[in-house]
Design a protein around this ligand. Sequence first.
Ligand code: GLP
Length: 238
Amino acid sequence: MRVHVVEDFDEMSKKAADEIINELKARPFINLGLATGNSPIGVYKRLVEAFREGRISFSRTKVFILDEYYSISPESDLSFVGTVRRQFLDQVDVAEDNVFYLNGLARDPEEECHRYEEEIKRAGGIDLQILGIGINGHIGFNEPGSPWDSVTRPVDIAPETIAFNRRGGVSIPEKAMTMGIRTIMNARRIILLAAGKQKALALFKMIHGRITHEWPASILQLHPNIDIIADKDAALLL
Ligand code: GLP
């Protein structure tokens, strides 16, 4: 694990965006895994800026959305794919055919997850995965107890995650679909973002704790190519 502690959210976003820009310049055809939540918002902003300044293009990049709420339409502002489109994809030159996501309205969620896992495989796997981390150490929606060999599948969202994601009064579902732990571990490179004191315990457990299902992100200790970019507050206990 390469751990980078930076001053604040802005520096975290800049460092992550620079890493992604360098990857894309070297290999514009990569498969990019994208997370939602607050953590990557600044990164997406900087990627849009870099695109507008003519510094990068996404025309040959495939993007895969990490997870999705179940029962929410992809067209809805609440959906993760809708969020990433608004914050990032709609403002750059990603081809529509190169945007891959789980359909929150799929009638058969098992089948939908299987389809998505196969789609990732067919594309050759994820080259660079952007991740956030939950306060309980979840990655994607792989909540505590998630099997290490799990692939994309329907899941129940943990009560603490529901409470956290409902801050601000947003009503969100209790079920989701997510790339599995194995799907994430198979990514060739991972950049994990963490900002704010609320993430301090999860970050400590991920980096210094035992590898345990109680803290799903702890499995990332075994990933051969991961950068963790944390601001000073998230790094408080390191
Ligand atoms: C959600 C998502 C995760 C995300 C996490 C952290 O539960 N399923 O993929 O990493 O929240 O979100 P935030 O970055 O807003 O703290």
